[in-house]
Design a protein around this ligand. Structure first.
Ligand code: SAM
Length: 241
């Protein structure tokens, strides 16, 4: 894989510029999810990737490593708090891992950067939405990601244990042209049952739309199945979610 990533998962530690050791979990992507991203990116030859929320750079490194393995690709990461909150450890890690040539970074809020990327005519094949976890910010991230994403592209949402993230997913699956992608998982049966119970107990009346609450991992992968030009919703279209 990559020696820097290997060492982080082995020691469960990252290092800042002064040599201080920090535990990057649970903020950062678990190993099995990082490798799932790599499989998806390689399998579908997704060369243009984007991530909202970088923190210690673990998901960025998995994605950039997939580009390096393919020999082609470019990854955009957005995080307004990289230097203030994360002591630039994410940028340091990408650099240490030798992945800088595949990487572009914006230290701004996603709601500032995404419209600019759209105006510049950018397109993407894969996005990971893992920034602000509030419902409204997540939906705004999705709104722009949708406009940037090619048909057939994937968008991954992290932290579906949070009701606000699930609500955004229900909106998308009921109102927009996206379908759920089910992936192989390494989560054990007790872990899967625990996750379902936690999601169920948060709101027993919440409909398990598309089986989101029963997904085995803490992420949800959606595939874009139609183009904006095929968005022929009547002007007053709305399906409750
Ligand atoms: C869970 S962490 C990201 C972890 C990273 N994706 C990983 O798996 O290694 C969430 C990140 O979102 C960032 N964030 C919060 N609000 C944001 C916003 N409005 N736009 C972009 N990033 C934001 C935070 O600074 C934090 O680094």
């Amino acid at each position: 894989m990559n020696q820097v990533l290997d060492k982080i998962y082995e020691t469960q530690l990252v290092e800042d510029i002064e040599g201080n050791l920090i535990n990057p979990f649970p903020t950062s992507t678990p190993y099995d999810i990082g490798t799932l991203f790599q499989q998806l990116i390689k399998q579908h030859n997704f060369n243009r990737t984007l991530e909202v929320g970088m923190a210690y750079g673990l998901s960025s490194m998995f994605i950039c490593q997939a580009h390096q393995d393919k020999g082609l690709g470019s990854h955009i990461a957005i995080d307004p708090f990289q230097s203030s909150e994360w002591k630039s450890v994410g940028l340091l890690n990408v650099n240490k891992a030798g992945l800088s040539e595949y990487f572009h970074f914006y230290e701004e809020f996603s709601y500032q950067v995404l419209p600019r990327l759209l105006n510049q005519g950018n397109k993407i094949d894969f996005a990971f939405i893992d920034g602000s976890h509030h419902f409204d910010y997540t939906l705004v991230d999705f709104f722009y990601v949708d406009k940037l994403l090619e048909v057939g592209g994937y968008v991954v949402f992290d932290d579906i244990w949070m009701p606000g993230i699930r609500k955004a997913l229900y909106y998308i699956l009921k109102n927009r042209m996206y379908e759920l992608v089910k992936n192989p998982t390494s989560s054990s049966i007790p872990k899967r049952i625990g996750r379902f119970m936690k999601r169920f107990l948060q709101n027993p009346l919440e409909t398990n739309y598309s089986g989101i609450k029963s997904l085995p991992d803490n992420i949800c992968v959606l595939k874009k199945i139609a183009d904006e030009s095929e968005d022929n919703r009547p002007w007053d279209f709305y399906r409750s979610f």
